[in-house]
Design a protein around this ligand. Sequence first.
Ligand code: ME8
Length: 483
Amino acid sequence: MNYYITTSIPYVNGEPHIGHGMELLQADVLARAARKQGNTVLFSTGTDEHGSKVAEKAAELKQQPKALADQMSQKFRDLQKLLNVSNDRFIRTTDPGHEQRAQIIWKNIAKDIYKGKYMGLYCTGCEAFVTEAVAKTNKGVCPHHNKAYESIEEDNYFFKLSKYAPQIQKAIESDTFRIVPETRKHEILHVIKDGLEDVSISRPKEKTSWGIPVPGDPTQVIYVWFEALMNYITVLGYPEHEDIKKFWPANAQVIGKDILRFHAAIWPGMLLALGLPLPQMLYVHGFITVAGQKISKSLGNVIHPKEIVDKYGVDAFRYYFLRHIPSYEDGDFTWERLEAAYNNELANELGNAVQRTTAMIQKYQNGLIGDIPPAEHDIAQYWEAIKKCRFDRALDEVWEQVRGLNQYIDEEKPWVIAKAKDEEHLREVLAYQASALLQIADLLEPFMPQTAQRIRHVFQEGIVRPIVGTLFPKHEQTAAKKA
Ligand code: ME8
């Protein structure tokens, strides 16, 4: 089976942060798990490069928008490498292929596009039009960007989203277009039931020139969101490439909670207008705070993923953000909590289980494991958790096994069996330990691929191959000064 998965495409007006990192990792787990199950996977991510937000940042830095985009887009690619993310494609919305295909999409939706006057408010930070009601609630200032809404009155093209509201609602209610978690499904259904209005999908070129021209109207550019959403099919070569037939509809799209409305209302509307099926699943993650505070440049608490990886390694990074940030809610990062998770769970629990098993097989059996029995734990719950995008729960399941193994070792006391010279029993116990670790490695593979590979390397040949360095060397110094 073919399996297509995407992440959102971040704006290139700022450095990649841990929120972007977490989103890539969640999608990476789904992609690796799908490959493990024998699917042909296409995993795509990229960068969102047009619009006022990027243009304003470039102006501030006295750069051309394209130059800023080139430079920042590379940083997002570097992030994927750093985090060992297995994406197959990387799309930039300034790629000529995307620009040309976006115009084709516009033309193919033309029957649902009309010209009108937009009068209202806009936040460049959100790149979003806001209703009077929302503006009133927020007292005229965008709460996310602390910026007064811009009042605009301009000629725009509109997309007849209202026309598709009943179909979108039905698809979401019936789970044909499954939104995970349920809380987000209810949230968007609420928005849809309140009434989906037609949406503005262009901006005058004189105000926002950094964008893709509207076909047949050089005075307008396509609104950045309308065009960015298209990346999910332009990357497949919509309309003519065979990949679109092979991989659309997407099996999973991964996004953050702040962009739910775009992906669960506008995007399905666009797809319906194009006569394309809706994605099977939209997984919506929460937001990460740092020590309880919103990640923000002005608070000076932006942590670059590299700082964490340099200190703890890539798999510790992956582990923390996949297990200790709740998959269905917001979560918090602190250096102390990361250090505790690293020392207690990775070094003491997992690292020790590997270390003890390796050491005993070497000491008592000269490294010989003998026949390793097949894995015996039920992994249905683990797979169920992955299917529901409960990455935290899936890792809880793995850790049940890690703890279970340590407990087994403590109870069986192989060192006592060795003293009693009961060689056969000793061989059985140690072979069981190796088998348990191989199963743990197998389950860890989508989450911590390097660790899984290292554990497999030690045991899989029936003879212990010494591990190079400790799996998770314990961190002695406290992180207090960093925090
Ligand atoms: O929204 N914690 O780009 P973006 C967790 N270009 N996730 C976070 C986060 C945090 N603190 N901050 C941001 C855009 N994110 C658009 C997307 S898709 C066609 C266009 C997540 O750079 C956010 O929810 O603002 C989103 O999923 C992603 O990072 C990119 O955000």
